[in-house]
Design a protein around this ligand. Structure first.
Ligand code: HEC
Length: 352
């Protein structure tokens, strides 16, 4: 799974989970890297741009001609750059299915937050048949439910005025506080920090701001204010759902094998074990044919084919007792994919 290897052997910084003051560099080749609440994953890579208001990118330059080093000539030469359809100087942070967010180091602000997954790096790393790649793409795909994204001027306000209007934002770096990144930047000369953590409320996260100024600190649209410090829950709503990279195009006939592949590639395995052990979701090992206790129902239901299908298509329809709603993302798949997943789960009834 997640490999810990020497930095020297890595030619690029893509997917490098190295904080500024790193103690233990981690490098991952997972197509679906996932952190956890105890050990968030910090990913400095190209990141997807899920349709953010262009006004947010006030400190970005527009892509045009840039000088690039030419090894043959031995100096920088002016040339066109091909824009990459992703965010370049952003940092993705993941706390497992509980929360992911992207902080942009050019704008020095929170860009967007989502739950139920992280990113799918398949376009970069390739799939299981890595030797026969047809194409290559730096930008991973999002996985999960987007619930908040930035718009307009920076929502952080000092004495009621957006920091976008106060001065240029300059990125300083980030430090880790018990594994959680705290981003440091300056607005004009004034130091600020922001850190974002999971909260227990669905489709929300906890934001902590600090500023070295003792003037009134607020977040536009959120009640409450602080002096030098502000902590609040940023609650959003379902804005979009993402399922990662299109893996399943090749499947034409439902089968247990196809189901097993999809189970891993769609990230089901991140939440469901197959050996009976509890994870973010119930184990699907020996689930088929068993009786399942459902929230708000006296009688258990039998996990037959239609129950399994429904559980994947609309996870909230029957909630397994003891698990929260809106945690499992609903998957909109093709029929052969649903059927393959069900066949696979059914095959786990008598593992052989
Ligand atoms: C982010 C975590 C997460 C992911 C990803 C996820 N699930 Fe779930 N799943 C859950 C949780 C939590 C429950 C229990 C609550 C509920 O019933 O929705 C659940 C319930 C289920 C159930 C019913 C289990 C039972 O004991 O009755 C099935 C079947 C299931 N998921 C299959 C899948 C499949 C197949 C995928 C991938 C296509 C998937 N899940 C992806 C979290 C997840």
């Amino acid at each position: 799974m997640r490999a810990v290897i020497s930095l020297k052997s890595i030619p690029t910084l893509i997917a490098l989970t190295l904080p500024l003051h790193a103690v233990e560099p981690r490098v991952t080749y997972d197509n679906l890297p996932l952190g956890s609440i105890e050990r968030p994953l910090v990913l400095r890579s190209y990141l997807p741009e899920p349709g953010i208001d262009p006004a947010v990118f006030a400190q970005h330059d527009t892509a045009s001609k840039v000088a690039k080093y030419n090894p043959d000539i031995g100096r920088d030469v002016a040339g066109e750059i091909k824009p990459i359809p992703g965010l370049v100087a952003a940092v993705g942070v993941n706390f497992g299915p509980a929360l992911s967010y992207v902080f942009d180091t050019t704008e020095c602000r929170l860009l967007y937050a989502w739950q139920g997954g992280f990113v799918d790096m398949t376009p970069y790393w390739g799939d299981q048949q890595r030797g026969s790649r047809q194409s290559f793409d730096y930008v991973p795909r999002l996985v999960g439910t987007l619930f908040w994204k930035a718009s307009g001027k920076d929502p952080i306000e000092v004495d009621g005025k957006s920091i976008s209007e106060i001065g240029a934002r300059t990125y300083v770096g980030y430090r880790l506080e018990k594994g959680v990144p705290v981003f440091e930047y300056r607005v004009g000369e004034v130091p600020f920090t922001i850190s974002v953590r999971p909260s227990s409320v669905p489709l929300s996260c906890e934001v902590r701001l600090t500023s070295s100024s003792d003037r009134k600190l607020t977040w536009r649209g959120i009640p409450g204010e602080g002096k030098g410090k502000l902590v609040f829950n940023l609650t959003g709503s379902e804005l979009a759902k993402f399922q990662g990279y299109e893996h399943a195009k090749k499947i034409t006939k439902a089968s247990v094998n196809a189901g097993e592949m999809l189970f891993n590639q769609y990230g089901c395995a991140a939440c469901h074990s197959i050996d009976g052990s509890k994870s973010h979701g119930p184990s699907v090992g020996k689930l088929a044919g068993s009786k399942v206790e459902i929230e708000g129902q006296d009688k258990p239901v039998v996990a037959d084919k239609s129950y399994l299908l429904e559980s994947i298509k609309s996870p909230n329809a029957k909630l397994v007792k003891g698990y929260p709603p809106n945690y499992m993302p609903p998957f909109t798949l093709r029929d052969v994919e649903y059927e393959s997943l069900v066949l696979y789960i059914q095959s786990l009834e008598n593992p052989e």
